[in-house]
Design a protein around this ligand. Structure first.
Ligand SMILES: Nc1ncnc2c1ncn2[C@@H]1O[C@H](COP(=O)(O)OP(=O)(O)OP(=O)(O)O)[C@@H](O)[C@H]1O
Length: 605
Protein backbone atom coordinates (compact mmCIF):
# COMPACT_ATOMS: atom_id res chain seq x y z
CA UNK A 1 0.00 0.00 0.00
CA UNK A 2 2.84 2.39 0.88
CA UNK A 3 4.41 1.95 -2.56
CA UNK A 4 1.00 2.36 -4.21
CA UNK A 5 0.55 5.71 -2.40
CA UNK A 6 4.04 6.92 -3.28
CA UNK A 7 3.50 5.97 -6.95
CA UNK A 8 0.30 8.06 -7.03
CA UNK A 9 1.51 11.13 -5.16
CA UNK A 10 0.64 13.55 -7.98
CA UNK A 11 -2.97 12.32 -8.13
CA UNK A 12 -3.20 12.44 -4.32
CA UNK A 13 -2.04 16.07 -4.30
CA UNK A 14 -4.65 17.04 -6.92
CA UNK A 15 -7.43 15.40 -4.96
CA UNK A 16 -6.35 17.11 -1.72
CA UNK A 17 -6.18 20.55 -3.44
CA UNK A 18 -9.70 20.07 -4.82
CA UNK A 19 -10.92 19.11 -1.36
CA UNK A 20 -9.29 22.19 0.21
CA UNK A 21 -10.89 24.49 -2.34
CA UNK A 22 -14.31 23.03 -1.54
CA UNK A 23 -13.73 23.23 2.20
CA UNK A 24 -12.74 26.89 1.96
CA UNK A 25 -15.90 27.85 0.14
CA UNK A 26 -18.18 25.94 2.50
CA UNK A 27 -19.01 27.46 5.83
CA UNK A 28 -16.15 26.28 7.98
CA UNK A 29 -16.70 24.23 11.08
CA UNK A 30 -14.65 26.68 13.07
CA UNK A 31 -13.95 25.97 16.70
CA UNK A 32 -13.62 28.43 19.48
CA UNK A 33 -10.16 29.49 20.44
CA UNK A 34 -9.31 27.72 23.66
CA UNK A 35 -10.35 30.01 26.44
CA UNK A 36 -7.49 30.36 28.93
CA UNK A 37 -9.78 29.32 31.77
CA UNK A 38 -10.80 25.97 30.25
CA UNK A 39 -10.17 23.11 32.68
CA UNK A 40 -9.05 20.83 29.87
CA UNK A 41 -7.67 22.19 26.64
CA UNK A 42 -6.96 19.87 23.76
CA UNK A 43 -4.40 20.97 21.21
CA UNK A 44 -2.96 19.16 18.24
CA UNK A 45 0.52 19.80 16.90
CA UNK A 46 1.26 18.68 13.36
CA UNK A 47 5.01 18.50 12.96
CA UNK A 48 6.71 19.21 9.61
CA UNK A 49 7.70 16.31 7.38
CA UNK A 50 11.28 15.36 8.20
CA UNK A 51 14.01 15.44 5.53
CA UNK A 52 14.18 11.65 5.20
CA UNK A 53 10.40 11.45 4.83
CA UNK A 54 10.46 14.04 2.04
CA UNK A 55 13.36 12.22 0.35
CA UNK A 56 11.40 8.98 0.39
CA UNK A 57 8.56 10.68 -1.52
CA UNK A 58 6.09 11.18 1.35
CA UNK A 59 3.67 14.12 1.26
CA UNK A 60 1.38 15.70 3.84
CA UNK A 61 -1.92 13.93 4.38
CA UNK A 62 -2.90 15.64 7.66
CA UNK A 63 -3.56 19.35 7.33
CA UNK A 64 -4.75 22.23 9.47
CA UNK A 65 -7.96 23.41 7.79
CA UNK A 66 -7.17 26.90 6.49
CA UNK A 67 -8.74 29.66 8.58
CA UNK A 68 -10.26 27.33 11.18
CA UNK A 69 -7.72 27.36 13.99
CA UNK A 70 -9.00 24.10 15.46
CA UNK A 71 -9.92 21.68 12.68
CA UNK A 72 -7.68 19.06 11.15
CA UNK A 73 -8.45 17.42 7.79
CA UNK A 74 -7.07 13.97 7.09
CA UNK A 75 -7.02 12.45 3.62
CA UNK A 76 -6.63 8.80 2.69
CA UNK A 77 -6.43 7.63 -0.89
CA UNK A 78 -8.63 4.64 -1.64
CA UNK A 79 -7.32 1.96 -3.96
CA UNK A 80 -10.23 1.05 -6.28
CA UNK A 81 -11.29 -2.58 -6.52
CA UNK A 82 -11.60 -2.32 -10.30
CA UNK A 83 -8.19 -1.37 -11.76
CA UNK A 84 -9.86 0.94 -14.32
CA UNK A 85 -11.88 2.89 -11.74
CA UNK A 86 -10.55 6.37 -10.77
CA UNK A 87 -8.67 6.83 -7.52
CA UNK A 88 -10.76 8.48 -4.84
CA UNK A 89 -10.03 10.36 -1.67
CA UNK A 90 -11.59 9.56 1.69
CA UNK A 91 -11.42 12.64 3.88
CA UNK A 92 -12.33 13.11 7.52
CA UNK A 93 -11.94 15.94 9.96
CA UNK A 94 -11.60 16.35 13.70
CA UNK A 95 -12.03 19.44 15.83
CA UNK A 96 -9.99 20.21 18.94
CA UNK A 97 -9.47 23.50 20.75
CA UNK A 98 -6.46 24.61 18.75
CA UNK A 99 -4.25 23.16 16.08
CA UNK A 100 -0.63 24.16 15.55
CA UNK A 101 0.57 23.49 12.02
CA UNK A 102 4.09 22.58 10.89
CA UNK A 103 5.22 26.20 10.80
CA UNK A 104 4.22 26.89 14.44
CA UNK A 105 6.95 26.91 17.06
CA UNK A 106 6.99 25.64 20.64
CA UNK A 107 7.07 29.32 21.69
CA UNK A 108 3.69 29.77 19.95
CA UNK A 109 2.20 26.84 21.86
CA UNK A 110 3.66 28.13 25.10
CA UNK A 111 2.37 31.67 24.61
CA UNK A 112 -1.14 30.55 23.64
CA UNK A 113 -1.82 27.59 25.88
CA UNK A 114 0.92 26.68 28.34
CA UNK A 115 1.58 30.02 30.01
CA UNK A 116 -1.69 29.97 32.06
CA UNK A 117 -0.76 26.60 33.59
CA UNK A 118 2.22 28.10 35.42
CA UNK A 119 0.50 30.80 37.54
CA UNK A 120 -2.27 28.27 38.23
CA UNK A 121 0.19 25.87 39.86
CA UNK A 122 2.07 28.79 41.44
CA UNK A 123 -1.09 29.76 43.30
CA UNK A 124 -1.67 26.24 44.63
CA UNK A 125 -3.49 24.49 41.77
CA UNK A 126 -2.66 21.32 39.88
CA UNK A 127 -1.57 21.80 36.27
CA UNK A 128 -0.87 18.97 33.89
CA UNK A 129 0.58 18.95 30.42
CA UNK A 130 0.71 15.70 28.55
CA UNK A 131 1.69 14.85 25.03
CA UNK A 132 0.59 11.67 23.32
CA UNK A 133 0.65 10.29 19.80
CA UNK A 134 2.30 7.79 17.53
CA UNK A 135 6.02 7.06 17.79
CA UNK A 136 8.07 9.77 16.07
CA UNK A 137 5.22 12.30 16.09
CA UNK A 138 7.10 14.95 18.12
CA UNK A 139 6.10 14.36 21.78
CA UNK A 140 9.60 14.57 23.27
CA UNK A 141 10.48 17.49 20.97
CA UNK A 142 7.40 19.39 22.19
CA UNK A 143 7.53 18.54 25.91
CA UNK A 144 11.28 19.28 26.20
CA UNK A 145 10.88 22.70 24.57
CA UNK A 146 7.91 23.55 26.81
CA UNK A 147 9.82 22.39 29.92
CA UNK A 148 12.55 24.95 29.14
CA UNK A 149 10.01 27.74 28.79
CA UNK A 150 8.19 26.72 31.98
CA UNK A 151 11.51 26.65 33.92
CA UNK A 152 12.29 30.18 32.76
CA UNK A 153 8.85 31.46 33.83
CA UNK A 154 9.03 29.78 37.26
CA UNK A 155 12.19 31.69 38.10
CA UNK A 156 11.27 34.98 36.40
CA UNK A 157 9.87 38.10 38.04
CA UNK A 158 6.55 37.41 36.27
CA UNK A 159 5.22 35.47 39.27
CA UNK A 160 4.59 37.18 42.58
CA UNK A 161 5.86 35.83 45.89
CA UNK A 162 8.38 33.13 46.75
CA UNK A 163 8.00 29.42 46.32
CA UNK A 164 10.27 26.50 47.14
CA UNK A 165 10.56 24.49 43.93
CA UNK A 166 11.04 20.71 44.09
CA UNK A 167 11.36 18.31 41.18
CA UNK A 168 10.94 14.53 40.82
CA UNK A 169 11.18 12.69 37.52
CA UNK A 170 10.05 9.11 37.16
CA UNK A 171 9.77 6.67 34.30
CA UNK A 172 6.89 4.22 34.01
CA UNK A 173 7.65 1.06 32.09
CA UNK A 174 5.06 -1.69 32.27
CA UNK A 175 4.02 -2.04 35.90
CA UNK A 176 7.35 -0.69 37.19
CA UNK A 177 8.37 2.84 38.06
CA UNK A 178 11.94 4.13 38.21
CA UNK A 179 13.51 7.27 39.62
CA UNK A 180 15.25 9.09 36.76
CA UNK A 181 17.00 11.41 39.21
CA UNK A 182 18.59 8.52 41.04
CA UNK A 183 20.03 6.12 38.46
CA UNK A 184 16.70 4.39 37.78
CA UNK A 185 16.15 3.27 41.37
CA UNK A 186 12.75 1.48 41.58
CA UNK A 187 9.96 3.54 43.16
CA UNK A 188 6.35 2.84 44.14
CA UNK A 189 3.22 4.70 43.08
CA UNK A 190 1.01 4.92 46.16
CA UNK A 191 -2.23 6.62 47.01
CA UNK A 192 -2.77 8.34 50.37
CA UNK A 193 -5.98 8.46 52.38
CA UNK A 194 -7.16 11.54 50.44
CA UNK A 195 -6.76 9.75 47.13
CA UNK A 196 -3.62 11.75 46.13
CA UNK A 197 -0.87 9.84 44.35
CA UNK A 198 2.74 9.85 45.59
CA UNK A 199 6.01 8.66 44.06
CA UNK A 200 7.20 6.81 47.16
CA UNK A 201 10.96 6.52 47.40
CA UNK A 202 11.63 8.93 44.50
CA UNK A 203 14.13 11.80 44.83
CA UNK A 204 12.48 15.14 45.41
CA UNK A 205 15.21 17.65 44.60
CA UNK A 206 14.96 21.29 45.63
CA UNK A 207 16.15 23.65 42.89
CA UNK A 208 16.92 27.35 43.12
CA UNK A 209 17.16 28.47 39.50
CA UNK A 210 15.89 27.74 35.99
CA UNK A 211 19.31 26.34 35.07
CA UNK A 212 19.29 23.97 38.05
CA UNK A 213 15.79 22.81 37.17
CA UNK A 214 16.77 22.19 33.55
CA UNK A 215 19.95 20.40 34.64
CA UNK A 216 17.78 17.93 36.60
CA UNK A 217 15.46 17.44 33.61
CA UNK A 218 18.45 16.83 31.35
CA UNK A 219 20.00 14.40 33.82
CA UNK A 220 16.70 12.52 33.94
CA UNK A 221 16.48 12.37 30.13
CA UNK A 222 19.87 10.64 30.04
CA UNK A 223 18.44 7.78 32.15
CA UNK A 224 15.30 7.34 30.07
CA UNK A 225 14.93 4.11 28.11
CA UNK A 226 15.15 4.66 24.34
CA UNK A 227 15.24 2.20 21.43
CA UNK A 228 15.09 2.67 17.68
CA UNK A 229 11.66 2.17 16.09
CA UNK A 230 10.84 2.22 12.40
CA UNK A 231 9.72 5.83 12.80
CA UNK A 232 12.23 7.19 15.31
CA UNK A 233 15.88 6.28 15.85
CA UNK A 234 15.75 7.37 19.51
CA UNK A 235 12.21 6.45 20.45
CA UNK A 236 11.24 6.77 24.13
CA UNK A 237 9.99 3.34 25.14
CA UNK A 238 8.56 4.46 28.48
CA UNK A 239 6.41 7.24 29.91
CA UNK A 240 8.34 10.07 31.59
CA UNK A 241 6.63 12.09 34.30
CA UNK A 242 8.20 15.23 35.67
CA UNK A 243 6.50 16.52 38.81
CA UNK A 244 7.31 20.04 39.98
CA UNK A 245 6.05 20.98 43.44
CA UNK A 246 5.67 24.61 44.41
CA UNK A 247 5.58 25.18 48.15
CA UNK A 248 4.45 28.51 49.54
CA UNK A 249 6.53 29.03 52.67
CA UNK A 250 4.73 32.25 53.60
CA UNK A 251 1.33 30.49 53.68
CA UNK A 252 1.86 27.06 55.24
CA UNK A 253 -1.87 26.22 55.27
CA UNK A 254 -2.08 26.64 51.48
CA UNK A 255 -2.12 23.54 49.26
CA UNK A 256 1.17 23.13 47.42
CA UNK A 257 0.96 23.76 43.68
CA UNK A 258 1.90 20.92 41.35
CA UNK A 259 2.90 20.87 37.71
CA UNK A 260 2.96 17.51 35.95
CA UNK A 261 4.80 17.40 32.61
CA UNK A 262 4.23 14.09 30.91
CA UNK A 263 5.89 12.72 27.80
CA UNK A 264 4.15 9.47 26.94
CA UNK A 265 5.75 6.58 25.11
CA UNK A 266 4.63 6.48 21.48
CA UNK A 267 2.25 3.86 20.18
CA UNK A 268 3.38 1.70 17.26
CA UNK A 269 1.14 0.36 14.52
CA UNK A 270 1.10 -3.45 14.09
CA UNK A 271 2.95 -3.27 10.77
CA UNK A 272 5.78 -1.26 12.39
CA UNK A 273 6.31 -4.00 14.99
CA UNK A 274 6.68 -6.88 12.53
CA UNK A 275 10.47 -7.14 12.97
CA UNK A 276 10.54 -6.79 16.78
CA UNK A 277 12.28 -9.26 19.09
CA UNK A 278 10.22 -10.99 21.78
CA UNK A 279 11.43 -8.48 24.37
CA UNK A 280 10.52 -5.51 22.18
CA UNK A 281 7.12 -7.05 21.47
CA UNK A 282 6.53 -7.37 25.23
CA UNK A 283 7.56 -3.76 25.75
CA UNK A 284 5.28 -2.60 22.89
CA UNK A 285 2.43 -4.62 24.43
CA UNK A 286 2.98 -2.98 27.82
CA UNK A 287 3.02 0.48 26.26
CA UNK A 288 -0.14 -0.25 24.29
CA UNK A 289 -1.84 -1.67 27.39
CA UNK A 290 -1.17 1.43 29.45
CA UNK A 291 -2.20 3.67 26.54
CA UNK A 292 -5.39 1.70 26.13
CA UNK A 293 -6.22 2.13 29.86
CA UNK A 294 -5.55 5.82 29.29
CA UNK A 295 -8.06 5.73 26.45
CA UNK A 296 -10.58 3.91 28.66
CA UNK A 297 -10.15 6.65 31.25
CA UNK A 298 -10.65 9.29 28.56
CA UNK A 299 -13.80 7.48 27.45
CA UNK A 300 -14.95 7.01 31.05
CA UNK A 301 -14.44 10.66 31.79
CA UNK A 302 -16.31 11.67 28.65
CA UNK A 303 -19.24 9.48 29.71
CA UNK A 304 -19.59 11.00 33.17
CA UNK A 305 -23.11 12.28 33.21
CA UNK A 306 -22.80 15.62 34.93
CA UNK A 307 -26.39 16.53 34.18
CA UNK A 308 -27.84 13.43 35.89
CA UNK A 309 -29.51 13.87 39.24
CA UNK A 310 -27.17 13.14 42.13
CA UNK A 311 -24.19 13.66 39.79
CA UNK A 312 -24.10 10.00 38.74
CA UNK A 313 -20.45 8.93 38.68
CA UNK A 314 -19.10 7.36 35.49
CA UNK A 315 -16.63 4.48 35.67
CA UNK A 316 -13.10 5.73 35.17
CA UNK A 317 -10.71 2.76 35.54
CA UNK A 318 -7.66 4.76 36.61
CA UNK A 319 -6.48 2.03 39.02
CA UNK A 320 -5.72 -0.30 36.13
CA UNK A 321 -2.31 1.10 35.23
CA UNK A 322 0.39 3.09 37.04
CA UNK A 323 0.16 5.77 34.33
CA UNK A 324 -3.52 6.48 34.94
CA UNK A 325 -3.03 6.29 38.71
CA UNK A 326 -0.54 9.15 38.35
CA UNK A 327 -2.86 11.07 36.02
CA UNK A 328 -5.93 10.24 38.11
CA UNK A 329 -6.65 13.89 38.91
CA UNK A 330 -7.21 14.56 35.20
CA UNK A 331 -10.02 12.01 34.92
CA UNK A 332 -11.46 11.74 38.41
CA UNK A 333 -15.03 13.04 38.40
CA UNK A 334 -14.85 13.26 42.20
CA UNK A 335 -11.67 15.39 42.22
CA UNK A 336 -11.75 18.06 44.86
CA UNK A 337 -8.72 20.01 43.72
CA UNK A 338 -9.15 22.25 40.74
CA UNK A 339 -6.96 21.08 37.88
CA UNK A 340 -5.99 22.60 34.59
CA UNK A 341 -4.85 20.24 31.89
CA UNK A 342 -3.38 20.74 28.47
CA UNK A 343 -3.31 17.71 26.23
CA UNK A 344 -1.16 17.93 23.13
CA UNK A 345 -1.99 15.38 20.46
CA UNK A 346 1.19 15.07 18.39
CA UNK A 347 0.71 14.26 14.74
CA UNK A 348 3.01 12.94 12.05
CA UNK A 349 1.67 14.61 8.87
CA UNK A 350 2.71 11.90 6.41
CA UNK A 351 0.02 10.46 4.15
CA UNK A 352 1.37 7.03 5.10
CA UNK A 353 0.32 7.55 8.73
CA UNK A 354 -3.17 8.97 8.37
CA UNK A 355 -4.72 5.96 10.16
CA UNK A 356 -2.61 6.46 13.31
CA UNK A 357 -3.15 10.25 13.23
CA UNK A 358 -6.89 9.71 12.99
CA UNK A 359 -6.87 7.53 16.08
CA UNK A 360 -4.80 10.15 17.98
CA UNK A 361 -7.24 12.91 17.06
CA UNK A 362 -10.32 10.82 17.80
CA UNK A 363 -9.30 10.50 21.45
CA UNK A 364 -8.32 14.15 21.64
CA UNK A 365 -11.78 15.13 20.39
CA UNK A 366 -13.35 12.80 22.98
CA UNK A 367 -11.52 14.49 25.87
CA UNK A 368 -12.76 17.85 24.67
CA UNK A 369 -16.31 17.16 25.99
CA UNK A 370 -17.61 19.32 28.81
CA UNK A 371 -15.53 18.41 31.84
CA UNK A 372 -17.19 17.73 35.16
CA UNK A 373 -16.41 20.62 37.46
CA UNK A 374 -14.35 19.83 40.54
CA UNK A 375 -16.50 19.26 43.57
CA UNK A 376 -16.57 22.44 45.59
CA UNK A 377 -15.37 21.64 49.08
CA UNK A 378 -18.02 23.26 51.25
CA UNK A 379 -17.79 23.43 55.00
CA UNK A 380 -19.40 20.38 56.54
CA UNK A 381 -19.32 20.13 60.34
CA UNK A 382 -19.10 16.31 60.04
CA UNK A 383 -16.25 16.33 57.53
CA UNK A 384 -12.86 17.37 58.98
CA UNK A 385 -11.22 17.54 55.55
CA UNK A 386 -13.52 20.49 54.70
CA UNK A 387 -12.50 22.62 57.71
CA UNK A 388 -10.30 25.68 57.55
CA UNK A 389 -7.99 26.51 60.44
CA UNK A 390 -10.58 28.54 62.41
CA UNK A 391 -13.25 25.82 62.07
CA UNK A 392 -10.74 23.16 63.09
CA UNK A 393 -9.60 25.11 66.14
CA UNK A 394 -13.16 25.72 67.25
CA UNK A 395 -13.91 21.97 67.01
CA UNK A 396 -10.72 21.06 68.90
CA UNK A 397 -11.70 23.43 71.71
CA UNK A 398 -15.15 21.82 72.04
CA UNK A 399 -14.40 18.16 71.36
CA UNK A 400 -11.03 17.23 72.79
CA UNK A 401 -12.21 16.41 76.33
CA UNK A 402 -11.13 17.89 79.66
CA UNK A 403 -8.83 19.68 79.80
CA UNK A 404 -9.34 20.82 76.22
CA UNK A 405 -6.34 20.37 73.94
CA UNK A 406 -4.82 23.77 73.13
CA UNK A 407 -5.84 24.24 69.50
CA UNK A 408 -3.14 26.84 68.89
CA UNK A 409 -0.49 24.23 69.75
CA UNK A 410 -2.15 21.34 67.93
CA UNK A 411 -2.97 23.24 64.75
CA UNK A 412 -1.21 26.62 64.62
CA UNK A 413 -1.85 27.03 60.87
CA UNK A 414 -3.18 23.70 59.58
CA UNK A 415 -6.49 23.08 57.88
CA UNK A 416 -8.50 19.96 58.76
CA UNK A 417 -7.03 18.13 55.77
CA UNK A 418 -3.49 19.08 56.74
CA UNK A 419 -3.99 17.92 60.32
CA UNK A 420 -5.29 14.59 59.03
CA UNK A 421 -2.07 14.25 57.06
CA UNK A 422 0.02 14.71 60.18
CA UNK A 423 1.64 11.44 61.33
CA UNK A 424 -0.16 10.11 64.42
CA UNK A 425 2.90 10.36 66.78
CA UNK A 426 3.29 14.07 65.90
CA UNK A 427 -0.44 14.64 66.54
CA UNK A 428 -0.15 12.96 69.95
CA UNK A 429 3.06 14.86 70.83
CA UNK A 430 1.36 18.16 70.07
CA UNK A 431 -1.67 17.21 72.20
CA UNK A 432 0.59 16.30 75.11
CA UNK A 433 2.05 19.82 75.11
CA UNK A 434 -1.20 21.07 76.69
CA UNK A 435 -0.74 20.83 80.48
CA UNK A 436 -2.96 18.13 82.02
CA UNK A 437 -3.67 16.19 78.79
CA UNK A 438 -2.88 12.48 79.29
CA UNK A 439 -1.58 10.05 76.67
CA UNK A 440 -4.93 8.14 76.79
CA UNK A 441 -6.88 11.34 76.15
CA UNK A 442 -4.57 12.30 73.28
CA UNK A 443 -4.92 8.84 71.65
CA UNK A 444 -8.72 8.84 72.08
CA UNK A 445 -8.93 12.30 70.61
CA UNK A 446 -6.80 11.33 67.61
CA UNK A 447 -9.04 8.27 67.06
CA UNK A 448 -12.14 10.43 67.26
CA UNK A 449 -10.78 12.89 64.71
CA UNK A 450 -9.85 10.05 62.28
CA UNK A 451 -13.13 8.26 62.94
CA UNK A 452 -15.00 11.35 61.76
CA UNK A 453 -12.85 11.51 58.64
CA UNK A 454 -13.60 7.88 57.78
CA UNK A 455 -17.31 8.18 58.49
CA UNK A 456 -17.52 11.24 56.28
CA UNK A 457 -15.54 9.56 53.45
CA UNK A 458 -17.89 6.54 53.56
CA UNK A 459 -20.93 8.77 53.63
CA UNK A 460 -19.73 10.70 50.56
CA UNK A 461 -19.12 7.49 48.56
CA UNK A 462 -22.52 6.12 49.60
CA UNK A 463 -24.35 9.30 48.67
CA UNK A 464 -22.68 9.51 45.26
CA UNK A 465 -23.37 5.90 44.40
CA UNK A 466 -26.91 5.46 45.62
CA UNK A 467 -28.28 8.93 45.32
CA UNK A 468 -29.99 8.27 48.65
CA UNK A 469 -29.69 10.55 51.55
CA UNK A 470 -26.58 10.16 53.61
CA UNK A 471 -26.88 8.17 56.77
CA UNK A 472 -25.98 10.39 59.65
CA UNK A 473 -22.29 10.15 60.34
CA UNK A 474 -21.14 10.54 63.87
CA UNK A 475 -22.04 14.04 64.87
CA UNK A 476 -19.49 16.78 64.98
CA UNK A 477 -19.41 16.86 68.72
CA UNK A 478 -20.75 13.37 69.45
CA UNK A 479 -18.93 10.27 70.56
CA UNK A 480 -17.22 8.15 67.98
CA UNK A 481 -19.01 4.87 68.42
CA UNK A 482 -19.52 1.64 66.50
CA UNK A 483 -21.50 1.67 63.26
CA UNK A 484 -24.84 0.14 64.09
CA UNK A 485 -27.67 1.56 62.04
CA UNK A 486 -29.07 0.07 58.84
CA UNK A 487 -27.69 2.84 56.67
CA UNK A 488 -24.18 2.05 57.76
CA UNK A 489 -24.75 -1.70 57.16
CA UNK A 490 -25.87 -0.80 53.65
CA UNK A 491 -22.69 1.19 53.18
CA UNK A 492 -20.60 -1.72 54.34
CA UNK A 493 -22.33 -4.08 51.89
CA UNK A 494 -21.83 -1.60 49.13
CA UNK A 495 -18.20 -1.08 50.06
CA UNK A 496 -17.58 -4.84 49.87
CA UNK A 497 -18.67 -4.79 46.25
CA UNK A 498 -16.66 -1.71 45.57
CA UNK A 499 -13.41 -2.87 47.11
CA UNK A 500 -11.75 -3.79 43.86
CA UNK A 501 -8.97 -1.38 44.68
CA UNK A 502 -5.29 -1.82 45.31
CA UNK A 503 -3.70 -4.95 46.65
CA UNK A 504 -0.06 -5.40 47.63
CA UNK A 505 0.06 -8.95 46.16
CA UNK A 506 2.34 -9.61 43.20
CA UNK A 507 0.48 -9.18 39.91
CA UNK A 508 1.95 -12.50 38.76
CA UNK A 509 0.23 -15.20 40.88
CA UNK A 510 2.72 -17.88 39.77
CA UNK A 511 5.50 -16.16 41.68
CA UNK A 512 3.69 -16.58 45.00
CA UNK A 513 4.97 -20.18 45.26
CA UNK A 514 8.59 -18.94 45.39
CA UNK A 515 10.21 -18.03 48.75
CA UNK A 516 9.26 -14.44 49.46
CA UNK A 517 12.85 -13.22 49.89
CA UNK A 518 13.62 -14.15 46.29
CA UNK A 519 10.83 -11.97 44.99
CA UNK A 520 11.13 -8.81 47.09
CA UNK A 521 9.89 -5.79 45.11
CA UNK A 522 8.77 -2.22 45.79
CA UNK A 523 5.18 -2.25 46.99
CA UNK A 524 5.49 -5.59 48.84
CA UNK A 525 4.46 -5.50 52.49
CA UNK A 526 6.41 -7.63 54.95
CA UNK A 527 6.38 -8.43 58.63
CA UNK A 528 9.80 -7.89 60.13
CA UNK A 529 11.69 -7.73 63.35
CA UNK A 530 13.12 -4.21 63.87
CA UNK A 531 16.37 -3.92 65.81
CA UNK A 532 15.78 -2.56 69.32
CA UNK A 533 16.58 1.06 70.07
CA UNK A 534 17.77 2.17 66.64
CA UNK A 535 16.95 5.84 66.00
CA UNK A 536 14.44 6.44 63.22
CA UNK A 537 13.36 2.80 63.08
CA UNK A 538 9.84 2.32 64.47
CA UNK A 539 9.32 -0.45 66.98
CA UNK A 540 5.66 -1.14 67.71
CA UNK A 541 4.44 -3.56 70.35
CA UNK A 542 3.36 -6.82 68.65
CA UNK A 543 3.83 -7.43 64.94
CA UNK A 544 5.74 -4.83 62.90
CA UNK A 545 4.94 -4.31 59.23
CA UNK A 546 6.78 -2.33 56.56
CA UNK A 547 6.18 -1.56 52.90
CA UNK A 548 9.24 -1.95 50.65
CA UNK A 549 9.90 1.24 48.72
CA UNK A 550 13.27 0.81 47.04
CA UNK A 551 16.43 -1.32 47.38
CA UNK A 552 19.01 0.56 49.48
CA UNK A 553 22.05 -1.72 48.87
CA UNK A 554 23.91 -3.80 51.49
CA UNK A 555 21.01 -6.22 51.88
CA UNK A 556 18.62 -3.48 52.92
CA UNK A 557 15.45 -1.90 51.60
CA UNK A 558 14.18 1.62 52.20
CA UNK A 559 10.77 0.98 53.73
CA UNK A 560 7.70 2.99 54.69
CA UNK A 561 5.89 2.47 57.96
CA UNK A 562 2.70 0.40 58.07
CA UNK A 563 0.88 0.91 61.36
CA UNK A 564 -2.44 -0.23 62.83
CA UNK A 565 -5.20 2.30 62.20
CA UNK A 566 -8.02 3.38 64.50
CA UNK A 567 -10.45 0.81 63.05
CA UNK A 568 -9.96 -2.80 64.15
CA UNK A 569 -7.92 -4.83 61.65
CA UNK A 570 -7.15 -1.75 59.54
CA UNK A 571 -3.68 -0.46 58.64
CA UNK A 572 -2.34 2.85 57.47
CA UNK A 573 0.67 3.26 55.20
CA UNK A 574 2.96 6.19 56.00
CA UNK A 575 5.26 6.32 52.99
CA UNK A 576 6.89 9.53 54.18
CA UNK A 577 8.07 7.83 57.40
CA UNK A 578 10.98 5.97 55.89
CA UNK A 579 13.64 3.79 57.48
CA UNK A 580 16.12 1.14 56.34
CA UNK A 581 15.18 -2.50 56.97
CA UNK A 582 17.60 -5.41 56.59
CA UNK A 583 16.32 -8.22 54.38
CA UNK A 584 17.67 -10.66 57.04
CA UNK A 585 15.14 -9.29 59.52
CA UNK A 586 12.15 -9.76 57.21
CA UNK A 587 9.90 -12.63 58.26
CA UNK A 588 7.06 -13.08 55.76
CA UNK A 589 5.04 -11.35 53.08
CA UNK A 590 1.77 -9.80 54.26
CA UNK A 591 -0.85 -9.03 51.65
CA UNK A 592 -2.77 -5.85 52.26
CA UNK A 593 -5.79 -4.77 50.27
CA UNK A 594 -7.01 -1.22 50.00
CA UNK A 595 -10.56 -0.40 50.97
CA UNK A 596 -11.83 2.64 49.07
CA UNK A 597 -14.49 3.48 51.63
CA UNK A 598 -12.42 3.59 54.79
CA UNK A 599 -9.26 4.44 52.85
CA UNK A 600 -7.45 1.95 55.05
CA UNK A 601 -5.63 -1.26 54.18
CA UNK A 602 -6.81 -4.64 55.46
CA UNK A 603 -4.87 -7.88 55.62
CA UNK A 604 -6.01 -10.52 53.18
CA UNK A 605 -4.97 -14.08 52.39
N1 LIG B 1 7.82 20.46 15.42
C1 LIG B 1 8.93 19.87 14.97
N2 LIG B 1 9.77 20.53 14.16
C2 LIG B 1 10.89 19.92 13.69
N3 LIG B 1 11.25 18.65 13.97
C3 LIG B 1 10.45 17.94 14.78
C4 LIG B 1 9.25 18.51 15.32
N4 LIG B 1 8.67 17.58 16.09
C5 LIG B 1 9.46 16.49 16.05
N5 LIG B 1 10.52 16.72 15.27
C6 LIG B 1 11.58 15.73 14.97
O1 LIG B 1 10.93 14.48 14.76
C7 LIG B 1 11.69 13.42 15.31
C8 LIG B 1 10.83 12.60 16.26
O2 LIG B 1 10.46 13.46 17.34
P1 LIG B 1 10.33 12.95 18.84
O3 LIG B 1 11.50 12.14 19.24
O4 LIG B 1 10.00 14.14 19.67
O5 LIG B 1 9.09 11.99 18.67
P2 LIG B 1 8.29 11.21 19.80
O6 LIG B 1 6.85 11.38 19.50
O7 LIG B 1 8.75 11.61 21.16
O8 LIG B 1 8.70 9.72 19.47
P3 LIG B 1 8.72 8.42 20.41
O9 LIG B 1 7.34 8.18 20.88
O10 LIG B 1 9.17 7.36 19.47
O11 LIG B 1 9.69 8.71 21.50
C9 LIG B 1 12.89 14.04 15.98
O12 LIG B 1 13.98 13.99 15.09
C10 LIG B 1 12.48 15.48 16.18
O13 LIG B 1 13.59 16.37 16.17
Amino acid sequence: MEQFLIDNTARYRDLVSAHNLKARTESLNTTLDAAPDNDITIAARIRPLLDDEVESGQVEGVLLRPGSGGTVDLHEMRRPVKPTAPLTLSSSSYAVDRVFGPESTSDDIYARLVRPLVPWAWSGGVSTLFAYGQTGSGKTFTVSALECLIAQTLFSSELEGDRDVFISVIELAGKSAFDLLSSRKPVSILEDSFGSTHFAGASDVRVGSADALLAQIEAAAAFRRTEPTLKNATSSRSHAICKIRLVNRALPQADEGVLYLVDLAGSEAARDKAAHSAERMKEAREINTSLSVLKDCIRGRASVDITAPNNKPGYVPFRQSPLTRVLKHVFDPAAERACKTLVVACINPSFLDVGASKSTLRYGALLKGTPPKPQVVKYDPARPSSWDNAQLRSWVGKSSGTPAVDAAILAPTETGKQLLSLPAPEFITRCLKTPGVSAEQAHAFQSKFWGMHIDSARAVVFKKSSGKSTPTPNGADGDVGADSNDGVKAINGYMDKLSQGLCSADADPERSSQPFKTRLRPGMVVSWSPPEGLRGVPHLPGRNLAILLAPAGDGEYTCGMVAPAVLPGAFEVFVWQQFPAAVDRMIAEVILEYDVGSRYYYETV
